[in-house]
Design a protein around this ligand. Sequence first.
Ligand SMILES: *[C@@H]1O[C@H](CO)[C@@H](O)[C@H](O)[C@H]1NC(C)=O
Ligand SMILES: *[C@@H]1O[C@H](CO)[C@@H](O)[C@H](O)[C@H]1NC(C)=O
Ligand SMILES: *[C@@H]1O[C@H](CO)[C@@H](O)[C@H](O)[C@H]1NC(C)=O
Ligand SMILES: *[C@@H]1O[C@H](CO)[C@@H](O)[C@H](O)[C@H]1NC(C)=O
Ligand SMILES: *[C@@H]1O[C@H](CO)[C@@H](O)[C@H](O)[C@H]1NC(C)=O
Ligand SMILES: *[C@@H]1O[C@H](CO)[C@@H](O)[C@H](O)[C@H]1NC(C)=O
Ligand SMILES: *[C@@H]1O[C@H](CO)[C@@H](O)[C@H](O)[C@H]1NC(C)=O
Ligand SMILES: *[C@@H]1O[C@H](CO)[C@@H](O)[C@H](O)[C@H]1NC(C)=O
Ligand SMILES: *[C@@H]1O[C@H](CO)[C@@H](O)[C@H](O)[C@H]1NC(C)=O
Ligand SMILES: *[C@@H]1O[C@H](CO)[C@@H](O)[C@H](O)[C@H]1NC(C)=O
Ligand SMILES: *[C@@H]1O[C@H](CO)[C@@H](O)[C@H](O)[C@H]1NC(C)=O
Ligand SMILES: *[C@@H]1O[C@H](CO)[C@@H](O)[C@H](O)[C@H]1NC(C)=O
Length: 600
Amino acid sequence: MRSARLWSLAAAVLAVGASSPAPTKTKRWDQGFVTIENGQFIRNGEPFTFVGTNAYWLPSLNSEVDINKTIHNIAAAGIKVIRTWAFNGGHLSPFCSLAFLIWSLCPICARTSADVDTIPTNGTWFQLIQNGTTLINNGTNGLQKLDKVVQLAEEAGVLLILSLTNNWNPLPLIDNTTIVPVDGSSLARRDVTLGTNNTLPRNTLSNDFGGMDAYVRGFSQNKQHDEFYLNNTIVDIFKNYTTEIVSRYVNSPAVLSWELANDPRCNSSIAASPVCNTTTVTNWHATVAAHVASIDPNHLVSSGVHGFACADCSKSFPIAPKPSVSAAPGRRSKRSVKPFTNERLLAEVKEKRKKTREIKKREMLSKGDGLRIRGRWIASRQADPSVSSSVGAAFDGSSGVDSQDILNIPTIGFGAFQLFPDQNNYAVPGESDPNLPAFNNTVEEGVAWIQLQAQLAQQVGKPTVLTAFGLVSNDNAPFFVPFNTTIAPFNNTVPLNSTASLRRRDSATTSFGVSNAEEDDAYTQWVTAAATSGISGALQYQANGLTENDSSTVDQNNDESSTVPNSPNTGSSPNDGYQSAPTGSDGVASVLTSLTSLFS
Ligand SMILES: *[C@@H]1O[C@H](CO)[C@@H](O)[C@H](O)[C@H]1NC(C)=O
Ligand SMILES: *[C@@H]1O[C@H](CO)[C@@H](O)[C@H](O)[C@H]1NC(C)=O
Ligand SMILES: *[C@@H]1O[C@H](CO)[C@@H](O)[C@H](O)[C@H]1NC(C)=O
Ligand SMILES: *[C@@H]1O[C@H](CO)[C@@H](O)[C@H](O)[C@H]1NC(C)=O
Ligand SMILES: *[C@@H]1O[C@H](CO)[C@@H](O)[C@H](O)[C@H]1NC(C)=O
Ligand SMILES: *[C@@H]1O[C@H](CO)[C@@H](O)[C@H](O)[C@H]1NC(C)=O
Ligand SMILES: *[C@@H]1O[C@H](CO)[C@@H](O)[C@H](O)[C@H]1NC(C)=O
Ligand SMILES: *[C@@H]1O[C@H](CO)[C@@H](O)[C@H](O)[C@H]1NC(C)=O
Ligand SMILES: *[C@@H]1O[C@H](CO)[C@@H](O)[C@H](O)[C@H]1NC(C)=O
Ligand SMILES: *[C@@H]1O[C@H](CO)[C@@H](O)[C@H](O)[C@H]1NC(C)=O
Ligand SMILES: *[C@@H]1O[C@H](CO)[C@@H](O)[C@H](O)[C@H]1NC(C)=O
Ligand SMILES: *[C@@H]1O[C@H](CO)[C@@H](O)[C@H](O)[C@H]1NC(C)=O
């Protein structure tokens, strides 16, 4: 049996151990694998840093030609790493699972399933999660698609971060939602234009590939998100999936890492139990990371967390205190990294606010504008809440994520964090400066977030990677679908050349999203901050350069007559609000290309 073979391989690998050097003189990078030395990635013997991108839909493209062209388009922009989904599953009705084996006789199942209404007839799918069993699809519309992605990435010299599941998998008509499509049909889903029948093709949204909640729906008792982390049967089922995928590409030099999950947390589209906490999520990572490392001795394992950190949470993997004094004779002690504490976070915010206040004051005084400004200044100062002792949701453990603890798991090779200010708040209360425009606060808080992540990683001597970042532009706002839902919060039936205020669903007066120039500016400042603070790579979300000449089920836009960037078949990605918008002639792609030189 395949699994028996794998388990004996696993045992052999365990004997070597994931973190100790192999007992031969051959370095793993000699064989084409990326390794880590002194807190840096090493590829072909050289330190490796990179600008990257996300293309979660890559294995869902219809043809090898499309996949190849897309990878080459991305590589041509100077991008070296692509992060994509190595999962694509669903949950069919019981009737359909029995009928599955005689699928050609049962086309109706495609339409009666609650989740994967298009998987069996066309489109990519890897795993069927069904009423107590799972079924891997290793056919041409299954894992052979992923095989192609890996093989073509190898040919193009591009590396892949392969994510094994997703925190987010909402189903609007099944999950706790009051939104029902106008036709009332259980078949209508991904109703991204509320009140219309405007459904998107399967796999258009990143959260439409199955994920943790697909397992929870399929296997759990109480239908709570954290059963995915805690129920040993479900953990085993997931481990079995990782065994299938990971063992397939053990020898591929195109794999940079196995990412255990995208954005794992306690909260999700299905609520977690009240006892879910950082220990729950950390321990799950330790278990699954050890499993993946036991199957694959060649590749790194990474976490895929958002980066929330919690100084005061109890640690499963406490950081051993560094011997504080005298370095060995003749050696300089390493530059010390200040420990991460709540006191330090709060003190730094206070310091930053003080600095910006002084800069502002000087600016205003030099303009001879003192008096009027001074009045405003005092008002804002009184409102300054930086005396708060709360560190905020990004740092108090409330998400169930302590990336510091996860990063210190021995089998986790490098750190990961994300940056999506439209969907998360990274500020310590009081950090946002009321004297600055919202955009400036967003950019600065992103920079501070990036710098903090660099320090957290330095503390444990591992590299870290910004695995996804994005900011919703005004043009993209009508297409924006947050990761926890399939419903666009803004009206996307309004023509895109209307003013921003008309495009917003919930208010006639407020616009949403930044300008394209601001998007470019933010990306430039963030990637620059990443490069200069010692982050090893920064991956924009999400890729331009999609080619779909063969009418892939992954579509660029639900409305191709729209003016949203690029015409069909020439390089747009599916738009979930983060499609690369062009400014000037080539936009985000050229911004990224220009930044690749920061990473040498
Ligand atoms: C992929 O595209 C590149 C660049 O166009 C080409 O050189 C290569 O032959 C293609 N590979 C396959 C397998 O089609
Ligand atoms: C895929 O299946 C859907 C419905 O099941 C159908 O509408 C669509 O035309 C099919 N697409 C292709 C490319 O076959
Ligand atoms: C599937 O599960 C349901 C309960 O969740 C059970 O009633 C049914 O018998 C199961 N079907 C199969 C084929 O095991
Ligand atoms: C798919 O998996 C089945 C069951 O493990 C195996 O018999 C078959 O050879 C596989 N097919 C391919 C194309 O890998
Ligand atoms: C479902 O929604 C109702 C009403 O909005 C709420 O009271 C309930 O707690 C929700 N349940 C879950 C499991 O989220
Ligand atoms: C949605 O589709 C159903 C069935 O195709 C149709 O009866 C209904 O009128 C449609 N609703 C809208 C708003 O287009
Ligand atoms: C764990 O999941 C299995 C499989 O669905 C189920 O039979 C079992 O009752 C669950 N265990 C708990 C403690 O919920
Ligand atoms: C996982 O795979 C092993 C080996 O094939 C099998 O014995 C076991 O039942 C599977 N576990 C689950 C929970 O499906
Ligand atoms: C935190 O989670 C762990 C592991 O799931 C659990 O054992 C513990 O009871 C939880 N702690 C609290 C305070 O709920
Ligand atoms: C999704 O997350 C946003 C925050 O980004 C929150 O405001 C919203 O209520 C969440 N929606 C659902 C359906 O959970
Ligand atoms: C806000 O950001 C913009 C763009 O980076 C910059 O030009 C401007 O000077 C900033 N404003 C303040 C008050 O810092
Ligand atoms: C969306 O915009 C269209 C066109 O302006 C308008 O008719 C419709 O009422 C709007 N829908 C919502 C839910 O705001």
